[in-house]
Design a protein around this ligand. Sequence first.
Ligand SMILES: *Cc1c(COP(=O)(O)O)cnc(C)c1O
Length: 396
Amino acid sequence: MNFKVDNKGYYGQFGGAYIPEILYGTVEALRNAYDGILNDASFKAEFADLMKNYVGRPSPLYHAKRLSEKYGTQIYLKREDLNHTGAHKINNSIGQVLIAKRMGKTRIIAETGAGQHGVATATACALMGLQCIVYMGETDVKRQHLNVQKMQMLGAEVIPVQSGNKTLKDATNEAIRDWCCNPADTFYVIGSTVGPHPYPDMVGRLQSIISEEMKWQLQEQVGRDYPDYLIACVGGGSNAAGTYFHYWDNPKVKIISAEAAGLGVDTGESAATIHLGTEGIIHGARTLLMQDADGQIIEPYSISAGLDYPGIGPIHAHSAVSGRAKVHAITDDEALAAAFELTRLEGIIPAIESAHALAVLPKETFLPNDVVVLTVSGRGDKDMETYVRKFEEFNK
Ligand SMILES: *Cc1c(COP(=O)(O)O)cnc(C)c1O
């Protein structure tokens, strides 16, 4: 099993770059440039400085004692919720905007669903003085008004998308359309380990700062640089890819991913791509996706806007199909219960996406001395309306 991208952009049978002819030159230019930039000493120094002094890294690795006691094991939380803008997404946005600048691009475009990636990218653009345009489905614009206002305050132009279901998939299509029309000056900042090669690899490497820190934090706290278990939630798969990056090849580390089951895998209201998906092409990559017999995308559903995507990053399709990762489908109610539990046991209100990873804990059996590292991908501020609505039901 190999979890490094091959020279054609594949992880096993998944990945590649299925793009319209008109974008070939643009994607090829990025493919030729990104590896050199990521390995360049001055890029690394600039990225490291911003991660430390702007984002606030390293994010803590916190031994959650009351949660550990509850599950009879040793649980450590990787606190991406404490980053500037409240989630792991800022690592990627800052990295890609730095790459865009080095490629001489002056105009940044992005897609966003809940608005988290849009806010992170608008933040990076304000920081670096670049023009920012964010495509967002009209339905999401209405649902996530606070994030729209944040993006506008940061100086970004938010363009509501009227096609399809008016959600993330439609915003992505519109961003790709823009990119096709403006290939010379425009850089498309994709928010997860999805899209055509080299995006999944580029995003995974920018997020790999998560497991890079874990290695020395574990060495310091438990005396070895690897855990027995890694647990993360998977939407497109960027926080998970960053969490697993330095551990794919270590067979001692068991990898568990949580995807969103919505109301349940078999209810027709789900976003459990690995459980329900079949092989196909979405947004430029061959991967597992939720589609009908005619290859039309089935609209996903999850309580969590960040996990509500009909595809999945090719590295995670490969890790699931090859058996490297075990994947749990977590329902809305299981995630809500886990969010309230973490809040009461540890005083941490997690993002509803991260709560899907926490909901894995009661589904697995751990030994008392197992070291279980779980990534809390973001904080729950954005989900307070949902939590308040469900408070009575889950706190009887
Ligand atoms: C966007 C988001 C996710 C899902 O995206 P991935 O690319 O799968 O990490 C998870 N958690 C939070 C807090 C998010 O904002």
